[in-house]
Design a protein around this ligand. Structure first.
Ligand code: GLU
Ligand code: ZN
Length: 297
């Protein structure tokens, strides 16, 4: 019997919802796009619950999100990673940066930074402030201000913002999203991040952070954001309606169409698995509109 050599997959994607509410149409679009892109490329697809901001979380949302993904035929590999259980790893990164003198305590308030023009100018960099009531900032020695996105092409970020020393642990002691998302994408060996365009600008910061940590960054593909007719992002915060867990077919078809894929009419009568299978075999990343947002009714 010939023994096949099992190689690690060259594609590892993920969907990383925050449990601040249930999945709405915009989050379905991100979940579906990252899933189909991974499966089309014979990749793994992981789910990570980004539950590091308890004040913004909705009780029970993590389970509802996972049940919804299952009902929509978006089955993940490996076990779900909960960020709330990863804090020792985040703290170790903070300790290492501090040891290398790549981070510092900052006591500036949001109001002070706003009054000084809105961009943090490194006021506390050399003050060696004691720990109490301080945020921790990383010295941004990378300053990444542009990158090539697999959907949006060349993306440029605000150069002043790109240079900013950003917060990796908040004044309230909670770990910052930028730190946790990069730490976990590295930890989970993620090669491709497919997500919504609301995260285009933070990508430059994340790329800087990879450089500071001496790690290889994944490739990024940002899908258009679903916005209301008035131009508002659908979000858990503005109470966008949750997608219906009992009627996945219609929402899946709508999400495929939103992503520029052209499901045939008869697929409307198909099962969830029919739709997902069609989606995988017909997935064309190049058909996704190269727009940062699309209005939906
Ligand atoms: N947890 C973030 C959110 O729900 C997404 C993080 C990411 O995809 O990088 O907006
Ligand atoms: Zn400061």
């Amino acid at each position: 019997m010939t023994q096949s050599i099992k190689r690690p997959p060259s594609y590892r994607g993920r969907f990383a919802p925050s449990p601040s509410g249930y999945l709405h149409f915009g989050s379905l679009v991100s979940a579906l796009a990252s899933f189909l892109d991974a499966r089309k490329n014979q990749g793994s697809w992981l789910v990570r619950i980004e539950d590091i901001d308890p004040p913004r979380e909705k009780a029970g949302a993590s389970n509802v999100i996972l049940n919804t993904l299952e009902a929509y035929g978006l089955h993940w590999d490996d076990s779900v990673l909960y960020q709330s259980q990863q804090t020792a790893r985040y703290q170790a990164i903070i300790d290492e940066l501090s040891h290398k003198k790549l981070s510092y305590n900052c006591q500036c308030t949001r109001a002070q930074i706003k009054a000084a023009g809105g961009i943090y100018q490194g006021h506390c960099r050399d003050l060696a402030l004691a720990d109490q009531h301080c945020a921790i900032r990383v010295k941004n020695t990378a300053g990444t201000s542009s990158f090539n996105d697999l959907i949006q092409g060349k993306v440029s970020c605000d150069p002043a913002l790109a240079q900013e020393d950003f917060i990796i642990r908040r004044r309230d002691g909670l770990f910052a999203y930028q730190l946790a998302v990069v730490a976990d994408d590295i930890y989970q060996n993620i090669t491709h991040v497919v997500r919504g365009c609301d995260l285009l600008e933070p990508t430059c910061r994340q790329l800087s952070f990879y450089q500071i940590l001496n790690a290889t960054a994944p490739q990024y593909a940002h899908v258009p954001l679903a916005v209301t007719e008035q131009g508002y992002k659908l979000s858990k915060q503005n109470k966008a309606p949750a997608i219906d867990v009992t009627k996945p077919q219609a929402s899946l078809i709508a999400a495929l169409e939103f992503l520029g894929q052209c499901p045939p009419n008869e697929l409307r009568d198909g099962t969830v698995d029919d739709i997902i299978q069609w989606g995988i075999s017909h997935w064309q990343r190049a058909a996704i509109p190269r727009k940062t947002q699309i209005h939906i009714c």
